[in-house]
Design a binder for this molecule. Structure first.
Ligand SMILES: [Zn+2]
Length: 302
């Protein structure tokens, strides 16, 4: 059993229901891990991962010499599919809820907006991820490399577009995770399958996430002093009590206060608002025309 320690730099969203159950908490986490792992696999030559919509779900079944053969893609072999148990299990331990009552999330409504963003709790602190293998062909590198990519360049858990799930692996330097080991293990799986099982081959669907088609950017901004965030719209007190636009400010907002004490500030709504309605519009609006796809626009709205 391998244990990885994650430092949660922003709250980790692990599921819609705030529950103490480890199993439910791990399911949202597992979904994002599968997303990253499959994107990495599709980025490799000759590695097929199914798209349930265009390819149909695994397995594909054929009969060879009166024996049934089941074909599964590498994604399903690792994360499970109908008739096939997942190759491993993870358990999450540790972490604390940002706040308890998730029926009343933090509501951030930037000035001039009527709808805003609702931010539920999530976990903060450090969590331990225990990896328990179920299948002989499972090797921890198969999830360690995706975890490393996700922590360095993306997020984990759900709702990362709202700022959730920025994490760091504690002791990352000692992990020694190599891309070659990930690739080699995928090749090894092909030789370790039980009788009656084979690797499903095909061409990856263009609709599915593929690391080869992604790019990553980190944007740093300069701020004046350490208190810059106290002036961010949606965080600071705004307007007068009783008026439509009034927000009581983070110091009087118990849940917002808790979030900030957990070590980060939820400025994603302010950034999204700036991109969609503020000065950030110049990045995508040209001659009154919307030059980005509807899909991109929808992503920002979320
Ligand atoms: Zn599959």
């Amino acid at each position: 059993m391998e244990t990885i320690k994650l430092k949660l730099k922003t709250p980790l969203w692990t599921g819609d229901i705030d529950t103490r159950s480890d199993i439910v908490r791990a399911s949202g986490f597992m979904g994002s891990l599968r997303w990253w792992t499959e994107a990495l696999m599709r980025g490799l030559e000759k590695t097929f991962v199914c798209d349930p919509v265009s390819d149909g779900r695994c397995p594909e079944k054929t009969e060879q010499q009166k024996k049934e053969i089941y074909f599964y893609c590498l994604g399903c072999l690792l994360f499970g599919a109908t008739g096939l148990q997942r190759a491993f299990k993870i358990q999450l331990a540790g972490g604390k809820s940002v706040f308890n009552d998730n029926s009343q999330p933090i509501k951030i409504v930037p000035g001039g907006r009527t709808n805003g963003w609702r931010l539920g709790s999530g976990l903060w602190g450090d969590i331990d991820i225990s990896v328990i293998p179920y299948k002989a062909y499972f090797d921890p590198v198969l999830i360690l490399l995706p975890l490393l990519v996700a922590t360095r360049w993306g997020g984990l858990g759900a709702r990362t577009q709202h700022g959730y799930g920025v994490t760091d692996i504690v002791g990352q330097a000692e992990l020694k995770v190599e891309a070659a080991a990930f690739f080699n293990q995928l090749t090894t799986i092909k030789t370790m399958l039980p009788s009656g099982f084979k690797i499903r081959e095909g061409a990856d669907s263009f609709a599915m996430p593929n690391l080869k088609e992604m790019f990553f950017a980190k944007i740093r901004f300069t701020a004046e002093g350490n208190d810059w965030w106290k002036g961010v719209d949606g965080i600071r007190e705004r307007g007068k009590r009783g008026q439509n636009d009034y927000y009581r400010g983070w110091t009087k907002d118990f849940k917002m206060n808790n979030w900030i004490k957990s070590g980060s500030v939820p400025i994603a709504p302010a950034v999204k608002n700036w991109l969609r309605y503020g000065g950030g519009k110049v990045l995508w609006e040209k001659n009154q025309q919307n030059i980005i796809t509807q899909r991109g626009k929808r992503d920002w709205r979320n």
